[in-house]
Design a protein around this ligand. Structure first.
Ligand code: UDP
Ligand code: MN
Length: 529
């Protein structure tokens, strides 16, 4: 009798368990029958959920046995829509002439006067693919430390970055925001910043002890991070609607996935917000390791273009990575200086170590692309001005179009905008050619001459030395081995041309200003003259 009772109880228990837990026969199945079709907003649930059976139960949906939810903050979205004023809805700020002066750009390479006029909480247009509105993400997502390195960042641009993250992220997903100061010297980034951030309990400020450059600054932030995921952003970004869950969802599914948001453009003049040209594209690079964006080939396009797609290399500045996976990859190479190249290092490691990299169309973050680099780039970098001793004038590319002769102009003084617009800044690279622009932004045009009496022109760099190979000799002449002649110039028509070498002629003597001797030594390393 007792045994029978026990059996009965066991059977009842099992039946109850089946009723509750088995998705297709249990209570859920009964419950599902009564739910209307479709996901949030009544439309068919989009994206990953599309075509599968998704039904609503309070905030949670079941899809392929996983609990998902709609992470949109509907209330915040509604509030944002009502905002009007300067720059609201990501609209361009109507600049006055007084706001367009060089001074507005000097410290940041973008217009800080305009930035200061726009709300720290400004609203942005939701320019995501319409399917993003219907996407569901895992109910349980890892949290993240957001790491923001900064060097002499503007006050309002830095604060707007922080505000946009706090305003547009589910609080439970933000473990902390770590602001890492790379040895800035601007006053507002000291006590004033600390006082301001004291109102946000999960914002921390760290400082490097010397100028480290972006890479080691990011690593310092990553080394103290407590979140499951690390999300790196630049110090002049604006996170757009529901930017975070789509990133974290991909990492939750595969911890070896590194994800990048779509990087939108915040205009460096008027702060209007829009997509990059062509919007969703894959990362690539050319044979000189210049980063490029190329269209997604048709055979790799997803049926739903709002779905994540793979990318060979990331752009660099904005991405999320599982914290432990980041360190399993070895973080970044700590020998990398300032910035540049790090995106390849991390990208190659991810793909070679069994991970993957994705761009996520439903996650959008705006970034201010600077007009020019405003800060000093200290070590071993090879920018310089080329001044002619005879005329006192400088080589200048202001009017230089491809193929046109190089000209002389009055030397631009100091670190003014013109110089930093690269008009009179040149790079002497390991390729032993001479290019306008600083090393990170060279224009890929090279000094070129075809004969001992031809003008010096700017021509597409071919990297093959030949007629683009130059030597800087001790007698201050710029020697062109192919034509066995020297760079010369004339004051009257300001032309630069080749001539028979005459080291005693001042118009053939050139000074490389603002560069250091190691750069020139490297440039001349094969000098056997
Ligand atoms: N940065 C830094 N130390 C440096 C140079 C840059 O911490 O020596 C920071 C900078 O404040 C920004 C990020 O690194 O948050 C990327 O630099 P930047 O925005 O100048 O590069 P860009 O986006 O213009 O390529
Ligand atoms: Mn930046």
């Amino acid at each position: 009798m007792r045994r029978k009772q026990k059996r009965l109880l066991q059977a009842v228990g099992l039946a109850l368990a089946a009723l509750v837990f088995l998705p297709n026969v249990g209570l859920w199945a009964l419950y599902r029958e009564r739910q209307p079709e479709g996901g949030p907003g009544g439309a068919a649930a989009g994206g990953e959920a599309q075509g599968s059976h998704v039904r609503k139960r309070k905030e949670v949906y079941f899809d392929d046995g996983q609990r998902k939810k709609d992470w949109h903050d509907k209330e915040a979205i509604r509030r944002d829509l009502e905002c009007t004023g300067n720059g609201e809805q990501g609209k361009p700020y109507p600049m006055t002439d007084a706001e367009q002066v060089d001074q507005a750009y000097r410290e940041n390479g973008f217009n800080i006067f305009v930035s200061d006029k726009i709300s720290l909480n400004r609203s942005l247009p939701d320019i995501r693919h319409p399917n993003c509105n219907n996407k569901l993400y895992l109910e349980k997502l890892p949290n993240t430390s957001v790491i923001i390195p900064f060097h002499n960042e503007g006050w309002s641009s830095l604060l707007r970055t922080v505000h946009s993250i706090l305003n547009r992220s589910p609080p439970e997903l933000i473990a902390e925001i770590v602001l890492v100061d790379d040895f800035s010297d601007r006053e507002h980034l000291k006590k004033r910043l600390e006082d301001y951030m004291a109102q946000f309990p999960n914002v921390r400020i760290l400082r490097t002890k010397k100028r480290e450059g972006l890479i080691r600054t990011r690593m310092l932030g990553a080394s103290v991070a407590i979140g499951d995921v690390i999300t790196f952003l630049d110090s002049h970004c604006e996170a757009n609607v529901n930017w975070l869950p789509p990133l974290l969802d991909r990492i939750a599914r595969n911890r070896k996935t590194i994800v990048c948001p779509m990087i939108d453009v915040i205009d460096h003049d008027h702060f209007g917000y829009e997509t990059q040209a062509g919007d969703a594209m894959r990362g690539a690079f050319d044979w000189e390791m210049y980063y490029k964006r190329i269209p997604i080939p048709p055979e790799l396009q997803k049926p739903d273009s709002s779905d994540p797609f793979e990318s060979p290399v990331m752009a660099g500045g904005l991405f999320a990575v599982d914290r432990k996976w980041f360190w399993e990859l070895g973080g970044y190479d700590a020998g990398l200086e300032i910035w540049g190249g790090e995106q390849y290092e991390i990208s190659f490691k991810v793909w070679m170590c069994g991970g993957r990299m994705e761009d996520i169309p439903c996650s959008r973050v705006g970034h201010i692309y600077r007009k020019y680099v405003p800060y000093k780039v200290p070590t071993g970098v090879s920018l310089a001005r080329i001044r002619n001793i005879g005329t006192g004038l400088c080589a200048d590319t202001k009017h230089g179009t491809l193929g046109s002769p190089l000209r002389l102009e009055t030397c631009v003084k100091g670190r003014g905008e013109a110089a930093w617009n690269n008009i009179q800044v040149f790079t002497f690279s390991w390729r032993e050619d001479i290019r306008p622009g600083d090393p990170q932004h060279t224009k890929k045009f090279c000094f070129d001459a075809i004969s001992h009496s031809s003008p010096v022109t700017l021509y597409d760099c071919h990297g093959m030395k030949g007629n683009q190979l130059w030597r800087y000799r001790k007698d201050k002449t710029l020697y062109h081995p192919v034509s066995s002649s020297c760079m010369d110039c004339s004051e009257s028509d300001r032309k630069i041309f080749m001539n028979t070498c005459n080291p005693s002629s001042p118009t053939q003597q050139w000074i490389f200003e603002h560069t250091n001797s190691t750069v020139l030594e490297k440039f001349n390393r094969n000098l056997d003259l």
